[in-house]
Write a protein that binds this ligand. Structure first.
Ligand SMILES: Cc1ncc(COP(=O)(O)O)c(C=O)c1O
Length: 365
């Protein structure tokens, strides 16, 4: 058995017959940045998510930064987010000179706890960034209600849940602006880096498009300071094809998750799927005792695994200036200690899932 954390090769085999002629067509067509493939993908992605505008960019980190620039986030502004996420979510807040204000997570969904958001709001708060962690929705109705009451913006960081839903609505369609990553290992991944911003606002769409292109809306007329962040034509062409497979791949992830859950429910804390959620299990992450020993045991048995995330952001050295020590966000800290992600991708077999589950059970017996 050759178990992969994410099996890129099997995924590629499934789409190869469509991708190879398409990439060759793009290369012969001469449009490498922007052009018809990017436009077609932006339109298809916007229709799929059910928003008015989708704007491509270079990666999910840039998407967050550009979204915040379009919302005029400046030094001194405060942005509320979760400490239990990939660093990009908070890194971009700090890069813009704003302050990241962390709020602890819900112990079941691992997403920002809406109960705790209001206590973190001050006159300087400009936005909330919920992250749909592991492909499960944050509680968007409650987050949006709080944001509306206080007149602040919401940016959904949907790097991990393309095609996932909340109360039947697509993630990425429920905020002022949403951001997406197409990093290859994402559930919709490119063959390199890529990102997207989604919005129903004509004004924000025009602004992010301008900012992503050096602040210009006409060639060599720079209205604002921007960045260089564009989606390549080859990536757009590949994503266009992959989007046709996404629903079926997400469904396969759900089936794999169901099998893992059944196998492991008495051995570990299995992922909780909120009844409002159509979770797409970008990661299948369980909480266990003696996590590091288990990980070593899995490695010895040639089973890959990963820790998402071992150190909550407030305890990262890069955020040391915030002066937040251990105990600041107890739920995030506790989850970080016990969480481990198991191999998860649409092509994982029942045999592999059972083998991994058996090895985990064997470790605890
Ligand atoms: C929650 C979250 N936000 C943002 C990003 C950044 O995306 P990218 O790697 O495309 O810059 C990631 C990617 O790992 C992520 O998981």
């Amino acid at each position: 058995m050759n178990i992969q954390m994410v099996d890129m090769k099997k995924m590629y085999e499934e789409i190869r017959s469509r991708v190879e002629p398409k990439v060759s067509e793009v290369l012969s067509g001469g449009y490498y940045i922007g052009g018809p493939e990017v436009k077609a993908f932006e339109e298809k992605a916007a229709a799929y998510i059910g928003v008015k505008h989708a704007i491509g960019c270079a990666n999910g980190t840039d998407a967050l930064q550009i979204a915040m620039m379009a919302l005029d986030i400046k030094p001194g502004d405060e942005i509320i987010t979760t400490p239990f996420t990939f660093i990009a979510t908070a890194e971009t807040i700090r890069i813009l000179g704003a302050t990241s204000v962390f709020v602890d997570i819900d112990p079941e969904t691992y997403n920002i706890d809406p109960e705790k958001i209001e206590a973190a709001i001050t006159p300087k708060t400009k936005a909330i960034i919920p992250v749909h962690l592991y492909g499960q929705a944050a509680d968007m109705d409650r987050i949006n209600a709080i944001a509306k009451k206080h007149g602040i913006a919401v940016i959904e960081d949907n790097a991990q849940g393309f095609g996932a839903k909340y109360k039947g609505r697509m993630l990425g369609s429920m905020s002022d602006i949403a951001t997406v990553s197409f990093y290859p290992a994402k559930n919709l991944g490119a063959a390199g880096d890529g990102g997207l911003m989604l919005t129903n606002s004509d004004e924000l769409a025009a602004k992010v498009r301008m900012i992503a292109n050096h602040g210009q809306n006409e060639r060599y007329k720079h209205h604002v300071l921007g960045v260089n962040s564009r989606l390549d034509a080859i990536q757009a062409a590949i994503l266009n094809i992959k989007l046709d497979f996404l629903d079926q791949w997400n469904e396969k992830r759900r089936q794999a998750a169901a099998r893992y859950k059944k196998n492991l429910e008495s051995t570990a804390i299995i992922p909780f799927e909120h009844p409002d959620s159509y979770h797409i299990y970008h990661q299948f992450s369980i909480q266990v005792k003696s996590r590091d020993d288990l990980q070593r045991y899995l490695t010895d048995n040639k089973i890959p695994s990963a820790i998402h995330y071992p150190i909550p952001l407030h305890l990262q050295h890069a955020f040391a200036d915030m002066g937040l020590g251990k105990g600041s966000f107890p739920t995030a800290e506790k989850v970080a200690e016990g969480i481990i992600s198991l191999p998860m991708h649409p092509h994982i077999t029942n045999e592999e899932i059972d083998y991994i589950s058996d090895k985990i059970k064997e470790f605890y017996n």
